[in-house]
Design a protein around this ligand. Structure first.
Ligand code: NAP
Length: 287
């Protein structure tokens, strides 16, 4: 039986990983149990737990916050994965490390392939890209999985925010000029577990919900799932809603790398959203 270790086990992805691994040999460590930035603690933890696979769900994910606290973002997203990867390398452990669509510049006109040149445009994105480099250079037995627009029952996310705003406001303005692929965390983690023990070549993969939309399109779909009128969602531009961190206009990832090696494809994003509401509607509605 595979022995699993989940870091960041109390975050959005971490919660879903722990749920998916119920009944398996798994140790889940939240932030307070294991600080990824503490190299000594990471090595000691790996030595004690002796896992076959580490699933690194820990990350600094406040995209705007990273602009004012690049040091904190860098410690968790850049140096942490490098330390973790080095320790995994030392113990022969497989590392599954999530990364982000935001590593790309966002000026493409077709979905980004794994082989496309990265061009991170924000502090968060730069730290995530540097984390990828750290993992690759530290050890061989790794899977870096870029995903995007994640939502799940156990985290703060756009879907929950829309559910809350649906209750609080008559209309909601949402940007309609950023394109990406919403990804249901519960489905993604099933795929990550499949990947970890699949034996497919080490390296970098893309895994997101199928197809693409804009935040406006996703918000309308959330309203539909809530039984609310989607026309209460109004489109606006990124320029009308300035944020501290730059977001790519187009960060759709191609799942070709994933499907070519025979891994199970992800559902189309709209179907996955319906499944998410069917499974975890109360948590998503609670906002
Ligand atoms: N959310 C998205 O849309 C998205 C998209 C693409 C990729 N990703 C990637 O997917 C991964 C998981 O994202 P998520 O949405 O699950 O994020 P999340 O909900 O913010 O969870 C991240 C977890 O990491 C913990 N953490 C922060 N600093 C830590 C440290 N120094 N040591 C150990 N744990 C620490 C956090 O704990 P505290 O809250 O206590 O700090 C939190 O529980 C991240 O690598 C992220 O970059 C996310």
């Amino acid at each position: 039986m595979t022995r699993w270790l989940v870091t960041g086990a109390e975050g959005q992805m971490g919660t879903d990983l722990m749920q998916a691994l119920q009944g398996e040999k798994v140790i889940g460590w939240g932030h307070k149990d294991l600080d990824l930035t503490d190299g000594y603690a990471v090595r000691r933890a790996l030595h004690a737990a002796a896992p076959d696979v580490v699933l690194n769900a820990a990350g600094y994910t406040d995209v705007d916050g990273a602009e004012t606290d690049p040091e904190a973002a860098g410690a968790v997203n850049m140096r942490g994965p490098g330390v973790l990867a080095a320790a995994c390398g030392e113990y022969g452990t497989i590392l599954v490390h999530p990364s982000t669509d935001y590593v790309f510049a966002g000026d493409a006109t077709r979905p980004y392939k794994v082989s496309d040149t990265v061009g991170p445009q924000s502090t968060y994105a730069r730290t995530k890209e540097a984390g990828e480099v750290g993992v690759r250079s530290a050890m061989r037995k790794h899977y870096i999985v870029r995903t995007s627009w994640l939502y799940g029952a156990g985290g703060d996310n756009f879907v929950k925010t829309m559910a809350r705003l649906e209750r609080e406001r008559d209309t909601v303005n949402v940007v309609d000029d950023q394109h990406g692929s919403p990804t249901w965390s519960a489905e993604l983690v099933e795929r990550l577990l499949e990947l970890a023990t699949s034996g497919v070549p080490w390296g970098t993969y893309h895994c997101t919900g199928g197809g693409a939309t804009t935040w406006y399109g996703l918000a309308r779909a959330v309203f539909e799932e809530l039984g609310a009128d989607p026309d209460r969602v109004k489109p606006c531009s990124t320029a009308e809603m300035p944020r501290p961190a730059h977001r790519p206009a187009y960060s759709v990832l191609s799942n070709e790398s994933w499907e070519t090696v025979g891994l199970t494809p992800m559902s189309p994003w709209r179907e996955a959203l319906a499944m998410a509401f069917a499974k975890s509607g109360d948590a998503l509605r609670a906002g």
